[in-house]
Design a protein around this ligand. Structure first.
Ligand SMILES: Cc1cc2nc3c(=O)[nH]c(=O)nc-3n(C[C@H](O)[C@H](O)[C@H](O)COP(=O)(O)OP(=O)(O)OC[C@H]3O[C@@H](n4cnc5c(N)ncnc54)[C@H](O)[C@@H]3O)c2cc1C
Ligand SMILES: NC(=O)c1ccc[n+]([C@@H]2O[C@H](COP(=O)([O-])OP(=O)(O)OC[C@H]3O[C@@H](n4cnc5c(N)ncnc54)[C@H](O)[C@@H]3O)[C@@H](O)[C@H]2O)c1
Ligand code: SF4
Ligand code: FES
Length: 808
């Protein structure tokens, strides 16, 4: 006899709701699950939107469960579907589009909406909240067209938004109502230090200001404050708090205060209807951080899966600001009163501050600024209301100021099994230890995939690493180096050695023979293995286009509106009137939206329609500029001795020569060069993978520079006298990097990993090895062909890529 599975409908495809469903699946709860989400995306990590704005993550990076996950778990997902009512009598959920979904149980997890100040002008164009992907995209867009931004609200969200907009090049002022930033988490001392640090990072502040009106016509142009003063801004972000999304519950006759009222098992006033997440009010509290939401979800998942559980009794919250270079932490109580015993240390030199509050000898709150290494420990001590002892005092405060000389956090060895390590996901020490021991895990990524620890804010990663180290003991060092991704425990060096030893020739073969856990690999290992194969067998490896990222498959960079960019090669940044005329003619004919000079001194034809891309290549009849590839992008040059009064070397000639020589070859990551005619360095050699600077006696070669997210000034490798020496050293460095670099590792990271001395010892101290490297790169260079020409001669691929295929 088969029993029919019960129908569970989740309303709200966000972090709390899907987190609960994940737990139900783990517990084996037998439900047919339907998920309704009003956003058009699968479940993503909202927390990480701050990193998307800051530029260190992409939207793709923050997807928590992709569409395959729903399919694989038999979950019916309806994105872009807003539920409007629960009909308790008919036992069905009604959606805005008229669809109905019968249920046995419902979870409401509709989260919150940004609170938009009800002031004149708040509905103008250019005014947004910061809550979802759509808001984030608007912010990224605005930064391209407007200069001045105002962020109203100096809380966690406002400050993360402000720093993101500064990183995008905007002039940003945070408008705050109070005299202290983050007054809900920090005391006056920490708030003052925070403001000073953010000012150093380029954020401006208007404190103690109440916005009375947003001015402008249809688009906002400024803010008028209640004291009559004004601030110019063409873009305004409202970050003044959130409002639980309770509309659906209200429409369904469910008890609602500020949030949807629930009992200790997360049940609402309507039978079989539950609520978790920010929309929920438990014992009078609505939470706005993920840790409490996951704690609620854990209780509800057990309850719905028929597993015994203690009731949910509320959460102690702690927060950490996610701005790189600004370490702030706060947990529990943070303003001292007469009831508290205060332990505090402030170091104006190191710009650190630590305050711990005790009540009746127990730790009830903490604030950290500048050094947050104790945050996980303090979070735990506040949560458990630990008693302060002499031993704990010296562990937390050390003998010097701000914990200087203190021993690190209470060893994980002495942590109780049931202690929560990952507050965001409610993962205990025991769950992590079991996951490592039962599955033979050796990496944090494997622990993350299995337990969820580190998956949200990432603040627990150091403790998870410590547990890994503690469980693996001596095996840790070994394992820490291994595993290029979750599909294998093999390191890059081991994979390369095995490919050579076993004569493996395709990615499929590598994955089969080397025992990949996932037969097909993943988006991390497939392109990496394809690169290693090409590097090892430059003459025989059949490049696997399907293993490459989309831009490389298309030989053009896809833009957010689905059009492409075309960047033709201009050796050394030099062009001719004839080439310019052709570029102009083609741009006009194909209605190119923007022609832009790039940072690498090339012309970028932006906004070419997909079907026109091959025609543009054909009619330009110029080589590909490789602006999309992990390959030599550009050799930037200064004017040099041909024209410049100061020039001692011919940088134009050398730049063009190097670009012609090294173009088209695959590297572990993109590769940029610059050549300067004298040490005035007009073409900025110091931020290039290889930078070359002319001097009276010859050239100086610099390596490992980077100007991107993690800027690094290049190191001087050596000085050479002749052009021949210069070319041989460049060849040897490039090939050594190709042979020892991890896929996607820029030379800035490579130089730091290997050490400059190691690179010098191979390139400078071993002339035979240097020559051998130079010969190997010459052999590889002899095999490369222009991809645009290749594609124009290959009708099948051209049609498949540019006329039919969906781009993914
Ligand atoms: C930029 C940013 C940074 C953050 N950083 C942190 C951080 O560092 N640490 C931290 O702890 N917290 C952080 N938060 C807060 C955290 O993201 C939220 O607490 C958490 O996402 C709330 O989860 P939720 O599932 O309750 O709501 P949500 O994630 O908002 O999910 C609710 C979903 O339900 C959908 N929905 C709403 N109504 C309906 C309906 N009627 N029908 C169908 N679908 C509906 C919504 O579109 C939404 O997708 C941050 C928030 C933001 C915006
Ligand atoms: N790192 C993190 O943990 C993190 C990051 C971003 C967001 N979040 C969460 O997202 C939610 C939203 O964040 P938030 O910062 O908007 O909320 P919030 O309530 O924490 O802060 C809002 C801030 O705006 C100020 N404010 C209110 N009215 C104002 C006005 N008229 N003018 C100027 N300032 C005004 C308040 O004084 C307060 O400091 C919160 O639940 C927060 O915890 C957390
Ligand atoms: S780097 Fe020297 S040679 Fe080159 S343009 Fe500048 S001043 Fe002239
Ligand atoms: S504490 Fe945030 S991910 Fe673990």
């Amino acid at each position: 006899m088969t029993t029919e599975r019960k129908k569970l409908v989740l309303i709200g495809n966000g972090m709390a709701g899907v987190g609960t469903v994940e737990q139900i699946l783990k517990l084996g709860g037998a439900y047919d699950i339907t998920v309704l989400g009003s956003e058009p995306h699968p479940n993503y990590n909202r927390i990480m939107l701050s990193y998307v704005l800051e530029g260190s993550k992409t939207i793709d990076d923050i997807i928590l469960n992709d569409l395959d996950w729903y399919k694989d778990n038999g979950i019916e997902l309806h994105t872009g579907t807003r539920a409007v009512r629960i009909d308790g009598e008919a036992r069905q959920v009604v959606a805005e589009n008229g669809q109905v979904f019968p249920y046995d149980k419902v979870i409401i997890a509709t989260g919150s909406n940004s609170f938009i100040l009800p002031i004149p002008g708040s509905d103008k164009e250019g005014v947004v909240g910061f809550r979802d992907i759509a808001d984030c995209e608007q912010m990224l867009d605005a930064a391209k067209s407007y200069k001045q931004a105002a962020v109203i609200g100096g809380g966690l969200l406002g400050l993360e938004a402000a720093k993101g907009l500064v990183n995008l090049g905007m002039d940003v002022t945070v408008v705050h109502l109070m005299e202290d930033l983050m007054e809900r988490q920090l005391d006056h001392t920490a708030a003052t230090m925070l403001k000073a640090e953010l000012e150093r990072q380029g954020v401006k502040f208007a404190m103690g200001k109440q916005t009375a009106e947003l001015t402008g016509d249809s688009r906002v142009s400024g803010l008028r404050f209640s004291d009559g003063t004004e601030l110019e801004a063409q873009f305004v972000v409202m970050a003044v708090g959130i409002k639980p999304n309770v509309e659906l519950a209200k429409n369904s006759g469910i008890d609602v205060n500020r949030g949807i009222v629930v009992n200790d098992y997360l049940a609402t006033s309507l039978p079989d209807v539950y609520s978790v997440g920010e929309c929920t009010e438990h014992r009078g509290v609505c939470y706005g951080l993920v840790a409490p939401l996951f704690e609620q979800g854990s209780v509800l998942a057990k309850h719905l899966s028929g597993v015994d559980t203690a009731p949910y009794e509320g959460s102690v919250v702690s927060t950490k600001l996610k701005i790189s270079g600004v370490d702030v932490f706060s947990a529990g109580e943070f303003i001292d009163t007469a009831e508290h015993t205060v332990i505090a240390a402030k170091d104006d030199w190191k710009r650190t501050y630590k305050k711990i509050l005790l009540k009746d000898g127990r730790i009830v709150g903490a604030v950290l600024f500048g050094d947050v290494t104790e945050s996980a420990n303090l979070q735990k001590l506040v949560k458990t209301g630990a008693e302060m002892t002499d031993e704990l005092y010296s562990e937390l405060m050390g003998t010097g100021c701000c914990g200087g000389g203190a021993k690190k956090t209470a060893s994980v060895e002495t942590m109780a099994d049931e202690e929560i390590v990952c507050g965001c996901n409610g993962v205990t020490k025991k769950a992590i230890v079991d996951a490592i021991q039962d599955n033979g895990f050796t990496t944090v990524d494997e622990i993350k995939a299995c337990t969820g620890a580190t998956r949200s804010c990432g603040g627990c990663k150091p403790v998870v690493e410590q547990i890994l180290q503690y469980v693996l003991g001596d095996g840790f060092q070994q394992s820490a180096k291994t595993g290029i991704c979750g599909c294998t425990t093999l390191s890059r060096d081991e994979i390369v050695a095995e490919i050579k030893a076993k004569g493996l020739t395709t990615t499929k073969e590598v994955m089969n023979v080397l025992g990949w856990k996932q037969e097909e690999g993943c988006s991390k290992c497939r392109p990496a293995v394809n690169y290693y194969l090409g590097m090892i067998y430059p003459d025989t490896h059949q490049d696997e286009k399907e293993s490459r990222f989309v831009n490389e498959r298309m030989s053009a960079n896809i833009q957010k509106d689905g059009t492409f960019t075309v960047v033709p090669r201009m050796y050394g940044g030099v062009t001719t009137p004839e080439d310019l005329k052709r570029i102009a003619d083609v741009s006009i004919k194909y209605d190119v939206k923007v022609v832009k000079v790039t940072g690498g001194q090339r012309l970028d034809l932006i906004g070419v329609k997909k079907e026109d891309v091959p025609k543009v290549w054909e009619e330009l009849d110029m080589p590909s500029g490789y602006a999309y590839a992990k390959s030599l992008r550009t050799v930037k040059t200064c004017v040099g001795s041909q024209f410049c009064r100061f020039g001692t070397q011919d940088s134009l000639g050398m730049g063009a020569l190097l670009e012609r020589k090294y173009e088209r070859l695959d590297f572990p990551a993109k590769f940029k060069m610059a050549v300067n005619g004298c040490p005035r360095n007009c073409a900025e050699s110091c931020t290039k993978d290889i930078g070359i600077v002319g001097n009276d006696g010859g050239w100086e070669i610099f390596i490992g520079g980077n100007g991107g997210i993690k800027p690094r000034i290049a190191d001087s490798l050596c000085k050479v006298k002749t052009d021949e020496e210069l070319v041989e050293i460049c060849s040897a460095v490039m090939q050594y990097y190709r042979e020892t670099g991890n896929y996607l590792e820029r030379t800035s990271e490579w130089v730091e990993r290997l050490g400059l001395e190691q690179i010098k010892s191979v390139i400078l101290d071993q002339p035979e090895e240097r020559r051998a490297l130079a010969q190997r790169i010459d052999f590889a260079l002899a095999q490369v062909k222009d991809p645009w020409k290749k594609m124009l001669n290959d009708d099948k691929t051209r049609t498949a890529l540019f006329e039919h295929a969906e781009i993914r």
